[in-house]
Write a protein that binds this ligand. Structure first.
Ligand code: PAF
Length: 283
């Protein structure tokens, strides 16, 4: 498998491969790959001639230095996993910080039309400017036709679609369904940091979301939010950071249910110092 650490070499390879009918897929990741990432790569392989997978833990999107330092880095295992899918049609781009940012590791400031003010944006200062900055850099380097993102980070997916609209980059952004462990826990690179018992306990997050979906048919959103809060009150493992039911297009919190709109429930909880997020479509 080709693994590039320099954008110049990656770009040289891509331009050598591309023809007029060629389609390039792109899966940006921060590594510690799991079945969720592999489902994105498989979707990309099914729709493109060549797929670039970037592996880069992007410092500008972390508001918490401890989260950045403890973020799992498993490049060798990641490459081995990707090789199980294809050795020839996947190319890995694993750059250094310098290759991406040069001497100035700054985030661009974006106006995502209010999407950035909700949920993750409220609780992780500067996070979406960091995500927008790195994804824009990567899109400009890789120049993909299609780029694939998981719906686990649903707000991020909406933000990236908005970034593409603002910057007028010609990339088709494709959202892919959340992959889950057999017990329902959403797959995440951070799950590696949970013990086996904690992973079992964390199945509660998705169970709660499923109950929320059921309750949403006949209960009002305030009662549902209160019910979710009580599920975590005095919990031995979890601390609830937020629970929110939002319009799934603009992510604004629901005020009154409107039958013509679609809604999603979003949740973030800490299991000790491990931050887990999940979401579910409600209608
Ligand atoms: O979802 C992620 O893993 C990251 O936020 C991304 C999109 C690769 C940008 O660093």
């Amino acid at each position: 498998m080709r693994v590039y650490t320099s954008k110049a070499e990656l770009c040289a390879f891509i331009s050598k491969e591309s023809t007029s009918t060629f389609s390039l897929g792109f899966v940006p990741t921060m590594g510690a790959l799991h079945a969720g990432h592999l489902s994105l790569v498989n979707a990309a392989l099914a729709q493109n001639n060549l797929v670039v997978v970037s592996i880069f833990v992007n410092p500008t999107q972390f508001d918490n230095p401890n989260d950045l330092n403890t973020y799992p880095r498993t490049l060798e295992e990641d490459i081995q996993l990707l090789e199980t899918l294809s050795k020839t049609t996947i190319v890995v781009y694993a750059p250094s910080i310098d290759d991406i940012y040069g001497s100035e590791m700054d985030s661009e400031r974006f106006d995502f039309g209010g999407l950035e003010l909700q949920m993750e944006g409220k609780f992780r200062t500067g996070h979406f400017d960091g995500v927008g900055t790195i994804v824009k850099h990567l899109f400009e380097i890789v120049k993909p036709d299609n780029a694939y993102f998981g719906e686990k980070d649903f707000q991020q997916l909406q933000i990236i679609k908005k970034m593409v609209e603002i910057t007028q980059l010609s990339v088709n952004v494709i959202g892919c369904p959340i992959e889950r462990e057999p017990n329902g826990l959403a797959m995440s690179s951070r799950n590696i940091r949970l013990s086996i018992e904690e992973k079992e306990t964390a199945a509660l997050i998705y169970k709660i979301l499923q109950s929320v979906k059921e309750k949403f048919r006949y209960e009002n959103h305030t009662d549902i939010s209160n019910w979710v809060t009580t599920q975590f009150t005095n919990h031995p493992l979890f601390e609830l950071e937020y629970f929110q039911i939002s319009d799934s297009i603009n992510l604004v919190p629901i005020q009154q249910k409107n039958q013509s709109k679609t809604y999603r429930a979003f949740i973030a909880v800490f299991a000790r110092d491990v931050r887990l997020i999940d979401n579910i479509a409600l209608n």
